[in-house]
Each structure stands twice: as structure tokens, then as C-alpha cells.
Design a protein around this ligand. Structure first.
Ligand code: GAR
Length: 213
């Protein structure tokens, strides 16, 4: 990039993203597909999983991104595992930490350390249906519209300030799998767009209200 007078312009360095994943990693895959574009403003520099069998590990390897397994099985207790996660994430020097299908609760000390920079994606329209079974719970409740939420993480379970949401209709005959797959299509797009905007523009929070830019 150059100024009109021909001087090179330093572009802002991409924000360093660390992505925490427990499963297949379709949201991680979407971030990895976006991050090579210099205009995206963020780059996945590390992937952490609690699950040695996570598909996310292969995605990271294929993308040439460093990954680390921090499995509770390898630690004496929960506190030690939490410390292991905190140390492993810190090595990547993240600007933003993204929980993309990370199915464990992080310690309050971790949440505090990355306050305002710790983002989660959830497959329901929060504050409805928090927790590990957001899709199943929405379906069981009989809602006609559900969706996904990208939000800041606080000390509660899926209770942090909401950054962005998208609605997804529930169709007659949906089972949990079919509905979740449709939500995930919307979720990937929302996560990629939201993380990119937060990386490029920043965000500010007043009470529970989040504004990007
Ligand atoms: C996503 O739908 C994410 O919102 C959900 O797990 C899925 C992971 O999919 N997370 C939660 O339910 C957390 N409460 P992926 O591994 O294919 O990205």
C-alpha cells in the first residue's frame, strides 16, 4: 500500500487470535479460511484443545498453525488444568481469545486476564438456552426461531455482554442435528464477521451494551 505521494504505508498488524476448540472445528475452519486475507485484520496464531481427538488439530496442522492439547486427563486437578490452559494460551501472546465450541468452563482468573478480549460463540439466542445443549434445549422448548450469539465471556455460563446475534428459523421436522447444522452455517458467517470487525475496529462496553468501533 502507498500514499498518493508514493510513500509506503505501514498497515496495522493483524490481531493475534488464539482459538479454543473441543470438537470438529467448523468455526475454526471458517476463521482459518478468512485470516489469509490481509484486510481481515486478524490471524489465528494458535489453537488449543482439551480433546486430543479434536478435528481442530488437523485443521490447524493443514493451515500451518501451531496447536496444543491441554487435556484434563494430564493434570492432577481442575486448578492445575486451568493453569495449564492459561500458560499455553499466553505463549501465543493473543490479542483476542475465541472460544469456538470449547465445551469447558474457564477459571475466573483466565476470564479476568482476557476481559474484553475473550469471545464465545453459542448456538442459541442468549439469554435463552445457555449451556452445553443450547440447540437441544431450544428444540425441546418448542421455539419457532432460534439462532446464534457471539458474546464476551464473563464469569457466568454464556452470560456475558452480547456482541452480535443472528436468528435461524426452526423448521417442522427439525431434529437437533439438522437444526444445529443450519445454525452452524449462520454461526460461521457471524463469527468470522464479528471477530474481524472487533479486530479491525475494537469494541467498547457500557454496562451490558457492546458497540464495535
Ligand atoms: C458450535 O455450534 C458452538 O456454538 C457450540 O459448539 C459448536 C462447535 O462446532 N458451542 C457450544 O455449544 C458452547 N456452549 P464446531 O466444532 O464445528 O465449530
Amino acid at each position: 500500500m502507498q500514499t498518493p505521494s508514493g510513500h509506503p504505508v505501514e498497515s496495522t498488524p493483524a490481531k493475534r487470535l488464539v482459538v479454543l476448540v473441543s470438537g470438529g472445528g467448523s468455526n475454526l475452519a471458517a476463521l482459518l479460511a478468512a485470516h489469509d486475507d490481509g484486510a481481515y485484520g486478524a490471524r489465528v496464531v494458535g489453537v488449543l484443545t482439551d480433546n486430543p481427538a479434536a478435528g481442530a488439530l488437523e485443521l490447524a496442522r493443514d493451515a500451518g498453525v501451531a496447536s496444543v492439547v491441554v487435556s484434563p486427563k494430564d493434570f492432577e486437578d481442575r486448578a492445575a488444568w486451568n493453569d495449564g490452559v492459561a500458560e499455553a494460551v499466553a505463549v501465543f501472546r493473543p490479542d483476542l481469545v475465541v472460544l469456538a465450541g470449547f465445551m469447558r468452563i474457564l477459571a475466573p482468573s483466565f476470564v479476568r486476564r482476557y476481559e474484553g478480549r475473550l469471545i464465545n460463540t453459542h448456538p442459541a439466542l442468549l439469554p435463552s438456552f445457555p449451556g452445553a445443549h443450547g440447540v437441544r434445549d431450544a428444540l425441546a422448548h418448542g421455539v419457532k426461531v432460534t439462532g446464534c450469539t457471539v458474546h464476551l465471556v464473563d464469569d457466568g455460563v454464556d452470560t456475558g455482554p452480547i456482541i452480535a446475534q443472528v436468528a435461524v428459523p426452526v423448521l417442522d421436522g427439525d431434529d437437533e442435528h439438522a437444526l444445529h447444522e443450519r445454525i452452524k452455517v449462520a454461526e460461521r458467517a457471524l463469527l468470522v464477521e464479528t471477530v474481524g470487525r472487533v479486530a479491525r475496529e475494537g469494541l467498547y462496553v457500557v454496562g451490558r451494551k457492546v458497540t464495535i468501533g
